[in-house]
Write a protein that binds this ligand. Structure first.
Ligand code: PRT
Ligand code: ZN
Length: 286
């Protein structure tokens, strides 16, 4: 039987859609029918297991799955001996201390002797101990934000993305103690045939992620300024330059890192660039 790489992804929740999306962007076709528990891709030797996110690190460690996509928070909280091989960047959130509106907060020392409700006791305890603070950590599996109002805790430590949940529960976010994104994990001793499939998958994922970071730009420029373009766009190999009918002008094509995009655009305009076109890049490999 052909070897398949088994990938565990969240069945339904905040990680599911983007986990599937990144695999699809790799040209891998599958039904993504999360009513199923297990599904084989049509055109790549991989099989999906749809699971609860909390179970993913354990299943990878126990070889039920070979790789998995999970929040870094879950990976660090469980502390299992699996390895992070890629930071996928999506499902960004932070683990924050949040207090009732009247609570006087002046740094972590204000938590001394307090009762803190959280679903992430290990991450929280390690932060408190690094700061030399002694507090009572109360583990709750959900609805952490109501703990102060029903009197079971003085404050909470919970995941936050927009902050709306805290606000609607009369809580104030005072300090982020940890930042998380979705990561891909694998176990340490993966069989050779599986490593080969994983390497092919990672090559595709890297191309997709890299493309997300760049824009492709085309523009016309007075020829006399062409030497300045390379230093403006920076970092990449020489831009492609094509002559135009009007011999004073040329057309330039190049890629620009998203982080520098507006900066580059302004500088090109200042050089006299015209007809600037910008497009997203779908895939990008070295
Ligand atoms: O059923 P299953 O166990 O698989 O799912 P789950 O309910 O345990 O997890 P899920 O889908 O809620 O979250 C999966 C992962 O998404 C988490 O482990 C994080 O890595 C990531 N993530 C990103 C978040 C959030 N953003 C987030 N905002 N996980 C949870 N939240 C919750 C938070 O706990 C709070 O209740 O959303 C609320 C706050 O959101 P805001 O936008 O109001 O601040
Ligand atoms: Zn969960």
């Amino acid at each position: 039987m052909d070897t398949l790489l088994r990938i565990a992804i969240q069945k339904s929740g905040r990680l599911s859609e983007q986990s599937m999306q990144i695999i699809k962007a790799c040209g891998i076709r599958f039904g993504s029918d999360s009513r199923l528990l297990k599904e084989r891709a049509e055109n790549f030797p991989i099989e999906f297991l749809y699971l609860r996110d909390d179970d993913i690190p354990r299943y990878v460690l126990d070889s039920v799955a070979d790789i998995g996509i999970v929040g870094r928070n879950e990976f660090d909280e469980q502390g299992l001996d699996v390895a992070v091989i890629r930071d996928l960047g999506f499902s960004k959130c932070r683990l924050s201390i949040a207090v009732p509106l009247g609570f006087p907060y002046n740094g972590l020392a204000s938590l001394e002797g307090k009762r803190i409700a959280t679903s992430y006791p290990n991450i929280l305890k390690s932060k408190l101990s690094d700061s030399g603070v002694h507090a009572k950590v109360l583990e709750l599996s959900g609805s952490v934000e109501i703990a102060p109002s029903i009197g079971v805790a003085d404050l909470i430590c919970d995941l936050v993305s927009t902050g709306a949940t805290l606000a609607s529960n009369g809580l104030r976010e005072v300090e982020a103690i940890y930042h998380s994104t979705a990561v891909m994990v694998t176990r340490h001793e993966l069989e050779r045939e599986k490593v080969e499939i994983l390497d092919r998958l990672l090559m595709r994922i890297d191309a997709v992620m890299k493309a997300d970071d760049y824009k492709y730009i085309m523009f016309n420029l007075p020829k006399e300024h062409i030497n300045q373009v390379a230093s403006i766009v920076g970092g990449m190999k020489s831009p492609t330059v094509t002559p135009l009918l009007d011999q004073q002008w040329c057309a330039v094509q190049t890629v620009v890192h998203e982080a520098r995009f507006w900066d580059v655009l302004e500088q090109l305009k200042a050089l006299g660039a015209q007809g600037i076109l910008v497009t997203a890049i779908e895939k990008m490999a070295d």
